[in-house]
Design a binder for this molecule. Structure first.
Ligand code: PLP
Length: 372
């Protein structure tokens, strides 16, 4: 029997994108893929070398479910919390699933500002909860009045993600802390996914680490180009972590020991900041370039973090994506993948080389002018 909790989950969009790309490839098109959700840089060699040394030293076994002490300490120092408030997970994704299984009650409501990371909708469905979306267009700023309007005691979790995937928007302190205050009055837990917190261009994003009733999810996939290494973490009050541990110990168990050790060294030596800033400077160059090109043909908000931009293309996004791919060989992600109200938007990732971005932007501009 297929469980009803997975029956409601749609994979049709991803399948459709895949089919279109395959079709274009068969027609001999060289595709420039702007739908990528990970840094195009290799994991820094320093980390690889350290990990190898630790592998040779026998760090190839299980670790404590909470993670290796040195890594918990290094993370706690970065965020100004105690080591006991940190749990290492197998990537941010596992942390999000743990938080969902621990805090989303079946039949409850889950608030997701739209547009947002696709997986939150899936977690809500897996937990048999109802999604209440708060539309944030066209600025993608979260309106606290709209949040107040939907709040009820039936809301188990509010998902936040700033810097945001897909818009790159960063919220100011008043707004983000305002969400926490509102949630507290209803006993609602805020899951603050801060996976892009180190990838910012203007104002430094506010972390909710250390706030009551908040579960911060983060990891090193994006900030250290380590997507395949599966190192994430959670910061929360001890009693909330203990509940999440019940899921983590049967779900993720532990992140790879050698990778935890390597990251602990890189973090505590201060090297991590330098490696990330180097990568961010390249992303900034691309962000400035992509924004300057897109704003000539579309309404678009300048991203302040992450490596995505979310223009309003003024047309149905499915049709736009398909035609752009078939006629110009450029693949972007339809806005519909990120929740309601995004039918005329597309997500463009600038996690590809400047050389390819230049060609892609020329083709997009050309396409937009031909079809305006
Ligand atoms: N949260 C957001 C907003 C993401 O964009 C992603 C990956 O794309 C994740 C979480 C998952 O990251 P991880 O690789 O650490 O599981």
């Amino acid at each position: 029997m297929i469980a009803s909790r997975v029956k409601g989950i749609s994979t049709s969009l991803i399948r459709r994108m895949f089919e279109i790309v395959e079709k274009a490839k068969k027609e001999g098109k060289k595709i420039i893929n702007l739908s990528i959700g990970e840094p195009d840089f290799d994991t820094p060699l320093e980390i690889i070398e350290k990990a190898y040394e630790y592998m040779k030293k026998g760090y190839t076994h299980y670790t404590s479910n909470f993670g290796i002490e040195e890594l918990r300490v290094a993370i706690a120092e970065r965020y100004g919390v105690e080591k006991d408030n940190v749990m290492v997970t197998t990537g941010g994704s596992e942390a999000l699933l743990n938080a969902s299984l621990a805090f989303i009650e079946e039949g409850s409501d889950v608030v997701i500002p739209s547009p947002n990371f696709l997986s939150y909708f899936t977690y809500a469905k897996l937990c048999k909860a109802r999604v209440l979306e708060i539309l944030t267009h066209p600025t993608f700023e979260l309106d606290l009045d709209k949040l107040n309007e939907v709040m009820s005691k039936n809301i188990s979790v509010i998902f936040l993600n700033y810097p945001n995937n897909p818009t790159g928007v960063v919220l100011d302190e008043k707004t983000i802390k305002g969400v926490v205050e509102i949630a507290r009055d209803y006993g609602t837990i805020v899951v603050s996914d801060e996976i892009y917190d180190q990838i910012y261009y203007d104002k430094k994003p506010i972390s909710l680490a250390g706030e009551e009733n908040v579960v911060v999810v983060n990891g090193f996939s994006k900030s250290l180009a380590m997507t395949g290494w599966r190192i994430g973490f959670v910061i929360a009050e001890k009693d909330l972590l203990d509940e999440m541990l019940k899921v983590h110990q049967v779900n993720g168990v532990c992140a790879p020991a050698f990778a935890q050790k390597a990251v602990a060294d890189i973090l505590s030596s201060g090297e991590a900041e330098k490696l990330t800033r180097k990568m961010v400077e390249e992303f900034r160059r691309r962000r400035d370039f992509v924004y300057s090109k897109l704003k000539k043909v579309f309404d678009v908000v300048k991203p302040e973090g992450a490596f995505y931009i979310f223009p309003n293309v003024g047309k149905d996004c499915d049709e736009f994506c398909e035609k752009l791919l078939m006629s110009k060989g450029v693949c972007v992600t339809p806005g519909k993948a990120f929740g309601s109200g995004n039918e005329n938007y597309v997500r463009i990732s600038f996690a590809i080389s400047m050389e390819n971005l230049k060609v892609a932007m020329e083709r997009i501009e050309e396409y937009a002018r031909e079809n305006s």
